[in-house]
Design a protein around this ligand. Sequence first.
Ligand code: AMP
Ligand code: ZN
Length: 113
Amino acid sequence: MNDCLFCKIIAGEIPSKKVYEDESCYAFYDIDPKAPVHFLVVPKTHISGPDAVEDENAALVGHIYAVIAKVTRELGLSKGYRVVANCGEDGGQTVGHLHFHVLAGRTLAWPPG
Ligand code: AMP
Ligand code: ZN
């Protein structure tokens, strides 16, 4: 029925290395890390991407940012981190389930490529 990779990870049908979980979101390490610390935070409900965020589900995005602040504190990432949500083809989105990359552990280039 649902062929979404991240929905399968949330359901435990595909293994992942959990960073954090609560009733509305799940965080797990990226399988192909782009920085020494690289994890993803996803809502448990299927939202296809940043362009599918609406007033009705926007609170979830705010909650995810609060979770990111808490988890990065717990991981000791006091030097900083970057949160990235890729959208669509030009934005480099490859998985159609809203996700926030959290990258840390080195100085990150700006602007991104
Ligand atoms: P994006 O390209 O922004 O859509 O990000 C998708 C991310 O999901 C990429 O950084 C992938 O490395 C990551 N990814 C793909 N499959 C898995 C998986 N099975 N477990 C963890 N991360 C994954
Ligand atoms: Zn999904």
